[in-house]
Design a protein around this ligand. Structure first.
Ligand SMILES: C=Cc1c2[nH]c(c1C)Cc1[nH]c(c(CCC(=O)O)c1C)Cc1[nH]c(c(C)c1CCC(=O)O)Cc1[nH]c(c(C)c1C=C)C2
Length: 796
């Protein structure tokens, strides 16, 4: 009898778990490489939104002989991009339900090339950088619109002072202490944007400014979104030198004057280099893009979708399958070089084999999503709103009473984009929901949403007129949220896709490549480019950035050996400057800043920043000899350094005055806080009202302002005390719709209380649409929430 050689358990397990799949994958790879197949015969694109359509377009360009099938669950493609023309009293206007415009610049290079290739350039409408609709952007704070300094304009002292008075810039002076703040611990791999801004600068800068921006892009919560992913450059600079400012200086200092350095992830750098090689835009189109702050199409963003669809249909090798929901896709059992894609209704699914699959479908484990409701409104009066501009954002710090509708912002469409409508008038879009509606199962009806939008506009813009036309659109789960830990999750996901599909599935879309239209198109292009030649046979996923080994948690800034002239144009090359590093801003901004620099103008803020940087550089790095007139390439810094070089004495003295003023300001503030009240009355006045911690906690959860301090929280909304009945609640037994609506109003405030069973529910009936605030006490947890109507599915 032959005995089997003993293999230790650990070895046999390793072989089974690790070695076999690797061996089989190697086998697959070898087989695939030696196969004579020059292109993937059958390609499936899963999802017919902008990512899917663009993927099909670029793959078809790479492999004109391939047969490409697009599977889309809905009746029509285009995803969130939906534009509708609406008849109004004196003509028609265009309503956008999703993305409404694109931003030019490096990120739009592929989009621009696509527009040119689709022969759409004549349909593009541009909003010039100098137009009011582009320049004037507002933040609503604390109870009015505050205009932000326009990019490209010199900051005006009085304007900054006004913003400071409003409280919007509260905490900004603490930003000067950033270089002295402790570096994040090694163990901290990611944190929320709110935490990051609070740790490095000041919490108020997060809740006022960062949260407004994050509402505009992600409709997201700064206490959940990832700093490492979304503020990646700042995160990297801190990792590099212990502080963002110091990181900038370090890079400045280490960069030889002849070297071109880009602050990018190495993978992005490769993509940008490839873009530079391949994008060839016509001069007039390029020039128009260069002058613009945003662009779209005469018939809205849907024009891009329609043109893509038409071109794909005409190509003859692309087949659209609408109403074709993907049930699942997996590597074929019998031939591991193919993928089985199962589509159609559950009762009657059909399975087809493909050589390659491009998936734009979502993975619920990778990110949560938020729901956004857009309310488009048209008023015949062209002079309805007091301010002209792009629109305004509402940060998380705005008191509940100022934004009980839970709006994220309002876009002044008729100012921002001109040339789409035949009727004069005012067109606005109110954006509701986003992270404020996390966990909601029921959303406002169209009538309720209209009421919410109008109540917001009456309060914020004092609009008294009614619109003649409006449209409500609910985009459920439309924006993926890159929450804390996203980078790690993406890496894990990329590894799983690679392992599971052995290079047969490539992933593209807003969950993995950025939430913007430009990001999705660029992601599709980069994926298709990777397939080129024998690339489609490689073990890749389209998520190579997440697996890029050059990324080690603290970004390196890579030098590019370029022969570009220093004034190389953005649309033909990656613009880099000889001498210093590059930040992501536009060449033309830089040029105009330099060209329009008026040597007599001295801006206090510039000197303040300039002086600080100068001091840090001088003190820490003995660095002052470097003022060569082309210092940092960050817009302001450049100008600061230019100013300082030409007028160093004035710069230093003004800077010193500002620093002294800031120190005096802090001392006075501190003393004022410590001064004891003189009389009992004064003491009572000065003392903060007692905080009902429990209620504060309830409010905190209710309105999602988890990071406000207790005092702020208590002040956010002071409803009359809510009666509590019992100590525990079986939430599922709380009253359903009908009971719930039968509230008994209390005469003393706009709130009535419904107390049933052991839970407590109260309703804000002073709002246009009642919001039910529910406080359900379970044995060991509390579930307070604002909801529309029903509670039935809340679980403890
Ligand atoms: C449907 C709602 C959307 C919201 N964000 C996006 C959509 C489609 C995606 C998005 N919005 C912006 C970007 C950044 C870059 C770009 O591609 O343009 C992305 C990916 C920019 C943006 N959109 C709005 C604002 C105020 C901004 C900020 C930058 C700027 O000033 O241009 C309008 C807006 N979008 C959303 C809300 C809630 C909102 C509010 C007015 C969510």
């Amino acid at each position: 009898m032959r005995l089997k050689k003993h293999v230790p358990l650990i070895m046999s397990t390793m072989r089974r778990v690790a070695l076999r799949p690797v061996a089989s994958s190697l086998c697959n790879r070898c087989r695939r490489y030696i196969s004579s197949q020059a292109y993937p015969e059958k390609v499936a694109v899963l999802g017919g939104g902008i990512s899917g359509l663009a993927s099909a377009y670029f793959v078809a360009k790479e492999f004109p002989q391939s047969k490409i099938t697009i599977h889309e669950a809905n009746k029509d493609g285009g995803g969130w991009i939906q534009s509708r023309r609406v008849e109004v009293p004196k003509g028609d206007v265009l309503f956008e339900y999703g993305a409404r415009s694109l931003r030019p610049g490096r990120d739009a290079l592929i989009t621009a090339q696509l527009i040119q290739d689709l022969d759409l350039t004549d349909n593009v409408i541009f909003t010039k950088k100098a137009a009011t609709g582009a320049k004037n952007r507002y933040i609503y704070y604390p109870d009015r619109l505050q205009r932000l300094p326009s990019p490209g304009d010199a900051p005006d002292f009085w304007h900054i002072a006004e913003l400071w008075r409003s409280g919007l810039l509260a905490g900004a002076p603490y930003a000067l202490l950033e270089p002295f703040r402790r570096q994040r611990p090694e163990s901290l791999k990611d944190e929320s944007i709110g935490d990051f801004v609070e740790r490095r600068f000041d919490k108020r800068l997060g809740t006022n400014l960062a949260s407004a921006v994050m509402h505009g892009i992600y409709a997201g919560d700064i206490w959940k979104l990832s700093a490492r992913t979304l503020l990646s450059q700042a995160w990297m600079l801190e990792g590099l030198a212990g502080s963002i400012y110091k990181g900038m200086i370090k890079i400045q200092q280490e960069t030889p004057l002849t070297e071109r350095v880009m602050l990018f992830h190495p993978h992005d750098l490769d993509v940008y280099k490839a873009m530079r090689e391949e994008v060839k835009l016509n001069d007039p189109f390029r020039a128009l893009l260069d002058e613009s702050a945003m662009f779209t199409f005469e018939n809205g963003m849907a024009e891009l979708v329609l043109a893509l669809k038409k071109t794909l249909e005409k190509s003859g090798n692309v087949d659209f399958k609408f109403d074709s929901r993907v049930q699942n896709y997996k590597l074929a059992k019998e031939n591991r070089d193919q993928v089985d894609v199962t589509t159609g209704p559950r009762e009657a699914p059909s399975t087809e084999k493909y050589d390659l699959v491009v998936s734009t479908l979502r993975n619920p484990k990778l990110t949560p999503f938020v729901t956004v409701m857009t309310v488009n409104l048209y008023f015949p009066n062209p002079n309805l709103i007091p301010e002209k501009g792009f629109g305004y954002l509402i940060p998380q710090s705005v008191a509940f009473e100022e934004n009980p509708e839970r709006a994220l912002g309002v876009i002044f469409d008729s100012d921002a984009i001109q040339g789409q409508d035949t009727a004069e008038g005012t067109k606005l879009t109110v954006m509701l929901g986003g992270h404020y509606w996390d966990g909601w199962e029921h959303f406002p009806s169209n009538d309720e949403a209209y009421e919410l939008a109008m109540s917001l506009l009456r309060r914020h813009l004092h609009i008294k007129e009614e619109p003649t036309n409006y449209h409500v659109n609910l985009s459920k789960d439309c924006i993926p949220q890159y929450t804390v830990g996203y980078d790690e999750r993406l890496k894990g996901y990329a590894e799983r896709v690679l392992f599971e599909f052995q290079g047969r599935v490539r992933v593209v879309g807003n969950q993995t490549h950025g939430v913007g239209v430009n990001d999705c198109i660029r992601g599709a292009w980069a994926m298709a480019r990777q397939l080129r030649g024998v690339g489609w046979k490689k073990m890749e996923t389209g998520l190579e950035k997440a697996l890029d080994e050059r990324y080690d948690g603290a970004w390196r800034y890579g030098a590019v050996n370029g022969n570009d002239p220093p004034d190389a144009d953005e649309y033909t090359s990656i613009h880099v400057h000889v001498g210093k590093f590059m930040w992501s801003h536009e060449q033309s901004d830089y040029d105009s800043a330099i060209n329009n620099f008026d040597g007599d103008e001295i801006h206090l803020l510039q000197y303040l920043f300039g002086y600080c940087i100068y001091c840090i550089g001088h003190w820490k790095y003995d660095w002052h000899g470097e003022f060569d007139g082309h210092g940092g390439d960050i817009f302001w810094f450049n100008r600061i350094f230019d100013h300082l070089e030409h007028n160093a004495c004035v710069g230093v003295s003004v800077g010193a005055i500002v620093v002294i003023a800031a120190v005096v300001f802090f001392i006075i503030r501190k003393r004022r806080r410590q001064t004891p009240a003189k009389t009992k009355e004064e003491a009572e006045d000065a003392a903060p009202p007692p905080i009902d911690e429990k209620r504060a906690q309830v409010l905190e959860h209710s309105v999602g302002a988890s990071e406000l301090d207790a005092r702020e929280r208590a002040e956010m909304w002071s409803p009359p005390a809510v009666a509590e009945v019992g100590t525990s609640a079986n939430v599922s037994e709380l009253p359903g719709d009908s009971n719930f609506l039968q509230t008994s109003p209390k005469p003393d405030a706009g709130m009535s209380t419904v107390s049933e069973l052991e839970g407590v529910a109260s309703v804000r009936d002073d709002l246009p649409v009642p919001l039910y605030k529910v406080q359900a006490l379970c044995s060991d947890c509390m579930l307070p929430e604002y909801r529309f109507r029903t509670l039935r599915s809340v679980e403890c």
